[in-house]
Write a protein that binds this ligand. Structure first.
Ligand code: ADP
Ligand code: MG
Length: 255
């Protein structure tokens, strides 16, 4: 059972995400087929697989940026249905970082970080600013606070995106290929930030082909192909002894 001694307001659900027999269609196209996945609190999951295999769609379903049609998705005890209040609740708990940063270009770095805490969490501007500066320090760019996203490098923008997500105190972080749009010299600074988060115990689902990162922090690596979870294992076994031909082929292409 969950630790009942913890009497803060924080719900401590031992299961962060539970996906059961989940299917999604785009029109006639069955893009996700019978997905089953349980992510425990504090677990770090890396998701890999060929382009078009459904990785983005799957993690976008977890915060309802995409809607599934069959089966269930429960995030921290909240089932995702059409109930908009519940969707809002889930989105407040789940931070997401995209390939293309998706920062607001007309807002400063600081304003990008304080916007949602002020408007969604109803935090005071002073508190939101303090929190934003805390996380901008953590991603090692506090000196960029008053610049606009367009004035930063790709790696810096992605670290702002991570800081922005953290300002909402998420219980779960979703990453969709956060380094794949970056120049090679900037990949490490973003991965280092993610490793830091992982070491702090954040529950993370990361779509990435950075297999060094997977080896370093993942509790489990998932391989997806054609809308299915083909294989799931802890990294040592996953890399040294993949079970399925499709996994072997994929690994031979990227490693
Ligand atoms: P991945 O992230 O693994 O590259 P995606 O989840 O983006 O894969 O896409 C999975 C499949 O769904 C692909 O065949 C893609 O073309 C298709 N797809 C993605 N988004 C849409 C959409 N909005 N409408 C129709 N098909 C889509
Ligand atoms: Mg994708």
């Amino acid at each position: 059972m969950a630790n009942a001694a913890n009497n803060t307001n924080e719900k401590l659900n031992p299961i962060a995400v539970q996906i059961t027999d989940m299917n999604k269609w785009y029109g006639e196209f069955n893009v996700l087929k019978n997905i089953n996945l349980t992510v425990k609190r504090g677990e770090r999951i890396v998701i890999c697989g060929p382009s078009g295999s459904g990785k983005s769609t799957m993690i976008r379903c977890i915060n309802r940026l995409e809607e599934h049609q069959k089966g269930s998705i429960v995030v921290d005890g909240i089932e995702l249905t059409n109930d908009l209040k519940r969707i809002d609740e889930v989105r407040r708990e789940v931070g997401m970082v995209f390939q293309h940063f998706n920062l607001f270009p007309h807002l400063t770095v600081l304003e990008n970080c304080t916007l949602a805490p002020i408007w969604v969490r109803k935090m005071s501007k002073a508190d939101a600013t303090e929190k934003a500066m805390h996380f901008l320090k953590r991603v090692k760019i506090p000196e960029q606070a008053n610049k606009y996203p367009g004035q930063l490098s790709g790696g810096q923008q992605q670290r702002v995106a991570i800081a922005r997500a953290l300002c909402m105190n998420p219980k779960i972080m979703l990453f969709d290929e956060p380094t794949s749009a970056l120049d090679p010299e900037m990949v490490k600074e973003v991965l280092d930030t993610m490793v830091g988060l992982a070491n702090d115990g954040m529950t993370m689902l990361c779509v990435t082909h950075e297999m060094g990162f997977a080896r370093q922090v993942a509790d489990r690596v998932i391989f997806m192909d054609a809308g299915q979870i083909v294989e799931m294992n802890e990294p040592n076994t996953f890399f040294s002894n993949p079970q399925h031909e499709r996994t072997k082929l994929f690994l031979s292409q990227i490693l």
